[in-house]
Design a protein around this ligand. Structure first.
Ligand SMILES: CC(C)(COP(=O)(O)OP(=O)(O)OC[C@H]1O[C@@H](n2cnc3c(N)ncnc32)[C@H](O)[C@@H]1OP(=O)(O)O)[C@@H](O)C(=O)NCCC(=O)NCCS
Length: 172
């Protein structure tokens, strides 16, 4: 398995992985599948903003999963905090793909002098919660019944990891 920056040719596979999760899981609280144009626009935006989009791929280039991060909230006071996301093809799950992707994403975030990474997770998503615990994230917030999908209320769990722990807060 290789972890590398995504290229435009990877976007159809990213789209397929994401849309399957939309259809079958509560990882994304929407039933709206994206179009190729949506994902290409997102990818362009990430590139323009200097935000990482990583893919895990086989030696022959098949995409197994992807991960990225972006701003947590828009106001400038949140500029040292990022929210990340990770999706793995069901056929490639339980093989360390998400762990490898997020490990590298954490390194990139730390190198960019970010101070907090936030995972925003469905409270029933035991796989994602265990994954984040393994990566040193802690559950630091829970919003009961914050969303809905598939005919039930969903709790939102926030999992955070401080990066660059000794980092002083900026003057402004
Ligand atoms: C959550 C998800 C990203 C995990 O990806 P993965 O590549 O299968 O995870 P890994 O193989 O790297 O697992 C790393 C650790 O996560 C935990 N984990 C992963 N899948 C798990 C599962 N189904 N049940 C329990 N723990 C699980 C384990 O601690 C695992 O370590 P271990 O294998 O040593 O026990 C994947 O299930 C997925 O894409 N789900 C749909 C989308 C989603 O939920 N994304 C997260 C949104 S916040």
């Amino acid at each position: 398995m290789l972890i590398r920056e995504a290229a435009p040719k990877d976007i159809p596979a990213i789209l397929t992985i994401y849309n399957r999760a939309v259809r079958e899981t509560t990882a994304a609280w929407t039933t709206r599948e994206e179009t190729l144009d949506d994902r290409l626009t997102w990818f362009e935006h990430c590139k323009n903003e200097g935000l990482p989009v990583l893919v895990a791929s086989t030696q022959s280039g098949d995409v197994l999963g992807f991960a990225s991060f972006g701003p947590f909230r828009p106001r400038e006071g949140y500029r040292f905090t990022a929210e990340h996301t990770v999706y793995v093809d069901p056929l490639a799950q339980r093989q360390g793909v998400a762990f490898a992707l997020l490990s590298q994403l954490v390194e990139i975030a730390a190198a960019k002098d970010l101070h907090l990474l936030v995972g925003v997770i469905d409270g029933d998503n035991a796989a994602s919660i265990a994954l984040h615990e393994k990566l040193g994230f802690e559950v630091t917030g829970r919003l009961p019944q914050a969303g809905t999908k598939f005919g039930r209320w969903l709790d939102l769990v926030l999992m955070t990891r401080v990066l660059n722990a000794g980092m002083a807060a900026p003057d402004k």
